[in-house]
Ligand binder design. Structure first.
Ligand SMILES: [Zn+2]
Length: 438
């Protein structure tokens, strides 16, 4: 994570209409483009220049303008624009992230994770095949084919590519939604990443859970290991009290999750992920620290939950402090029924191409939450039905047929979204957002 100090170091804008690339991207197949993109190692915090150059060449091949916005140095945000006939209407924003989580062949990969190898079964291997370089190329190919077929868009369509989704978007989407460039896009709906799914359906994320991480420091008597203070006066004894309370709550939430595992919005996950303290084997430690990672259920009232945390701490003893490492704001939900014309356009398109969508809240979170928090509706969707969940995993891979089918899916979705008549959508997208916390 990067602190505020490094933010807004520089705002560099490059308007590039023709990028000189030595690769003839215009004549490459979508699968070849997908392989090329996987071969660029965009592990978060790597230099993204090669990826930006790749997108400049693709914009050039498609004959569309590209903008590179660098709010924080080293973290470029790329924007490609397909202009519609009425730019005054709210636009369609197709977002994906360029960065991927680390991968090393030593971890047990069957092939080099940055090779884009296709095996004898027609499966393409590589970091980013599911999360989410496939989607970026699918957006692009769908747009290119629609343009080749002389399909005219009513609304502007943007492809945006973010630099650091995998580490929380401090230098990417969080900054981007505050810029004049973003405001000028007048976004009607944002599409972002979804997930693969082992059944013949594709989840459609309409809300994300928020992350709270807290550090609890328990202070107690420091003494020789041979002394015998009361349990509740020791740092470890106080920690036990803290853990007991958080784990009792965890057990309640686990029961809810266990009863309906696909309804991630209904439970708050709590995990104790770090424990530290102690200096020597024969010294009673004066301080022990605990770090909890908490993902709030979407109906949880933040103030009440905050009070609950403080109650647990207060009940556990004297000299216990709590520090918030992260405390994200609950994001609103995008309405996922026919009263939202953007949802309706997606539902009609997916039905038309025979893919079943399932509106859900994921257990984790994506860049879409920052867009919803900025007041714009957003859905997360990746067309990967009947696909093993391998995001961030060793041997992340995707069937080439699933990848190419996804282009057809996006062609239908983009065509429908970009041509919703102006009279059918509200000027202010906030009407398609709901706050669910009570
Ligand atoms: Zn992702």
């Amino acid at each position: 994570m990067f602190g505020l100090v490094s933010i807004v170091l520089a705002v560099i804008q490059l308007q590039v209409s023709f990028a000189a690339g030595d690769t003839d991207y215009a004549n490459k197949t979508p699968v070849e483009l997908f392989q090329e993109y996987i071969r660029i190692n965009t592990t978060t915090h790597n230099d993204l220049t090669p990826a930006v150059d790749f997108w400049k060449a693709l914009a050039n091949a498609a004959g569309v303008p590209i903008n590179v916005i660098e709010i924080v140095q080293g973290y470029p945000i790329v924007v490609l624009k397909w202009a519609g006939t009425d730019s005054s209407l709210p636009s369609i924003m197709l977002n994906s992230h360029m960065d991927v989580v680390p991968a090393d062949i030593e971890d047990g990969w069957a092939y080099d994770p940055f090779s884009g190898h296709i095996d004898e079964n027609g499966v393409i291997y590589g970091r980013g095949t599911q999360d989410m370089k496939s989607v970026s190329i699918q957006y692009y190919e769908a747009l290119r084919r629609l343009k080749e077929n002389n399909v005219q868009f009513l609304r502007d369509v943007y492809m945006t590519l973010m630099p650091d989704e995998e580490v929380g978007a401090e230098n990417g989407m969080i900054q981007f939604v505050k810029t004049a460039e973003f405001k000028a896009m007048n976004v009607g709906i944002e599409l972002d990443e979804g997930t693969s799914y082992p059944l013949p359906v594709a989840p459609l994320f309409y809300q994300d859970k928020v992350v709270w991480q807290i550090q609890v420091d328990c202070h107690g008597v420091a003494a020789h290991g041979s002394t015998f203070p009361a349990t509740n006066e020791t740092a470890t004894g106080k920690c036990r009290n803290v853990i007991d309370r958080f784990f009792a709550f965890r057990d309640e939430q686990f029961a809810i999750a266990n009863a309906s595992p696909t309804e991630a919005e209904s439970y708050t996950s709590v995990n104790l992920n770090r424990l530290s303290g102690g200096t020597a084997n024969n010294v009673i430690p004066s301080r022990v620290s605990l770090v909890f990672d908490i993902r709030l259920g979407t109906k949880v009232n933040e103030e009440n939950f905050d009070n609950l945390i403080h109650k647990f701490i207060d009940e556990s003893g004297e000299n216990i402090t709590v520090t918030y490492i992260s405390k994200n704001q609950q994001s609103p939900a995008t309405i996922a029924n026919s009263s939202n014309p953007y949802f309706q356009a997606i539902a009609c398109a997916t039905k038309q191409v025979g893919i079943q969508i399932l509106p859900v809240v994921p257990p984790g979170s994506t860049d879409a939450r920052h867009v919803r928090n900025a007041g714009y509706p957003a859905f997360g969707f990746s067309p990967m039905p009947n696909t093993e969940l391998l995001l961030h995993s060793v041997n992340e891979r995707l069937a080439v047929s699933t990848f190419t089918n996804g282009i057809t899916v996006y062609k239908a979705i983009i065509n429908n979204l970009a041509n919703i008549p102006g009279s059918e959508t509200a000027e202010d997208g906030r009407v398609y957002l709901l706050t669910t916390a009570t």
